[in-house]
Design a protein around this ligand. Structure first.
Ligand SMILES: *[C@@H]1O[C@H](CO)[C@@H](O)[C@H](O)[C@H]1NC(C)=O
Ligand SMILES: *[C@@H]1O[C@H](CO)[C@@H](O)[C@H](O)[C@H]1NC(C)=O
Ligand SMILES: *[C@@H]1O[C@H](CO)[C@@H](O)[C@H](O)[C@H]1NC(C)=O
Ligand SMILES: *[C@@H]1O[C@H](CO)[C@@H](O)[C@H](O)[C@H]1NC(C)=O
Ligand SMILES: *[C@@H]1O[C@H](CO)[C@@H](O)[C@H](O)[C@H]1NC(C)=O
Length: 397
């Protein structure tokens, strides 16, 4: 229904209307019924669609699963499914070929598109399916003027800017006010030869995160995770960046929780990160994205190492040891450079008969099913749509 309206609105913008009947646009009068702000909103959503997906509001027990939890629930006590490198969901050989000249500006020939792809459902489909934590990687586009999304040298889209994509989240929250989102932003290095996380990049990010719209939808608290009641209808910003090229007043005036990149141990299996020194707000993070296996080890061995690191952190979350700390586990992986390459997809989903026990996701499913009634914390996955009941399993614990 809404999709038809979007199409209709877009058809209204570009005259003459071609295929009006096919898009459900019955007459020119339909155009007149949309106000200019509505048309503008649809235009922004369309711009953001290569990253956000085609906007669709769904009412279901997964799109509004937080309704079942009382306002007083602490966010750190919740089980929250998340998507690692969510912006990569439509990155394919076709995307790569379309943007190839751009990718190659740095002189780097990108590897197969599977190297960079970590998801396959659009962000809005993930939202409707229950995913509430999103890992997003930004950097300047090749003209060094607008923030867009990348995964290493893989440019995801030139047109879906960070600014436009934010409106997708804002709109979705308007339609699902019971839900609370965690958006984690991290600067992506290694994009182009001339890219750097300099003052201009940091200022551009600051401006997006402090715009009038952002102030309305981003929870204006700092370095704390509160209750679900406070977080509903809002974005809890997770700052995996530091505004180190700007005056300290910029960082000081940003809301959200700071996960300082310098405290986030690279490839850590059990990172203890204090995000609030005054209140001793502490997170326990597993981000073992590259299993330290010998070069010639099998896919199954790598999957096993990754699975063990992830489940160890999830088990810490279920224990009584740190009841009010945040637990954040990444079941996801980077591409592992072996011959043949061990892609994030193979790590998550296995490779048929090559991996008899499946990938991390298939192994995680029965493990999670065995944790009914327990706190697992935030669990970030690659290819969150498989197996089909993975997200639902996290939501039903
Ligand atoms: C996904 O990528 C394909 C291939 O580049 C493209 O045709 C399609 O429009 C993209 N989808 C969205 C929602 O942008
Ligand atoms: C801070 O929290 C950590 C982890 O929960 C705990 O081990 C430590 O004892 C706490 N420190 C203080 C000063 O309370
Ligand atoms: C994972 O842990 C299990 C149980 O401790 C162990 O048997 C297995 O060898 C570990 N896998 C790897 C690849 O180290
Ligand atoms: C995955 O399986 C295919 C088909 O059996 C094989 O060609 C490929 O080398 C495998 N990849 C890995 C990393 O094992
Ligand atoms: C949503 O409803 C379906 C069908 O009744 C059920 O299988 C699923 O477990 C429910 N999910 C949640 C998160 O409540």
């Amino acid at each position: 229904m809404l999709l038809n309206t979007v199409t209709a609105a877009l058809a209204c913008l570009s005259l003459p209307v071609v295929g009006a009947h096919a898009t459900g646009l019955k007459s020119r009068r339909d155009c007149k019924q949309l106000s200019l702000p509505e048309l503008a909103m649809r235009e922004i959503l369309s711009q953001g669609s290569p990253v956000f997906g085609h906007y669709q509001s769904v009412k279901s027990n997964t799109s509004e699963w937080m309704k079942a939890h009382p306002d007083s629930t602490l966010l750190v006590h919740m089980n929250i499914p998340g998507a690692h490198d969510a912006q990569t969901w439509n990155y394919s050989q076709a995307t790569r070929e379309q943007l190839l000249h751009i990718n190659e500006i740095g002189g780097k020939i990108p590897r197969s598109s599977d190297t960079y792809r970590c998801q396959e459902r659009s962000v809005v489909d993930m939202l409707n399916a229950g995913v509430r934590a999103f890992d997003l990687r930004y950097a300047f586009d090749v003209t060094n003027s607008v923030l867009v999304f990348w995964h290493g040298p893989a440019l995801v889209s030139q047109t879906a800017t960070l600014a436009d994509t934010m409106f997708g989240f804002y709109k979705w929250l308007d339609d699902h006010p019971s839900e609370a989102l965690l958006l984690s932003f991290q600067y992506e290095g290694g994009t182009t030869k001339y890219a750097a996380n300099d003052a201009t990049v940091q200022r551009a990010l600051y401006d997006i995160l402090t715009s009038r719209a952002a102030k309305k939808y981003i929870l204006q608290t700092k370095d704390s995770f509160g209750t679900l009641g406070e977080a509903r209808g809002k974005i809890t910003l997770i700052r995996r960046f530091t505004m180190d090229r700007l005056d300290a007043s910029y960082e000081a005036s940003l809301p959200g929780v700071h996960f300082s990149p310098s405290d986030w141990t690279d490839n850590g299996q059990d990172i203890t990160l204090v995000y609030n020194r005054e209140k001793n707000g502490t997170a326990h993070i597993e981000d073992y994205y590259e299993p330290e296996a010998p070069k010639d080890s099998t896919p199954s061995y790598n999957i096993g190492l990754k699975y063990n690191a992830t489940t160890a952190n999830i088990l810490r979350a279920t224990s009584d040891a740190f009841p009010n700390d945040l637990f954040w586990s990444f079941a996801s992986s980077r591409n592992i450079d072996m011959d043949p390459p061990l892609t994030p997809r193979i790590m998550a989903l296995g490779n048929g008969t090559v991996t008899p026990s499946g990938g991390v996701n298939q192994q995680l499913l029965p493990f999670l099913q065995g944790l009914k009634g327990k706190r697992v914390g935030i669990v970030m996955v690659d290819f969150e749509n498989a197996p089909g009941n993975l997200i639902d399993t996290i939501l039903s614990l």
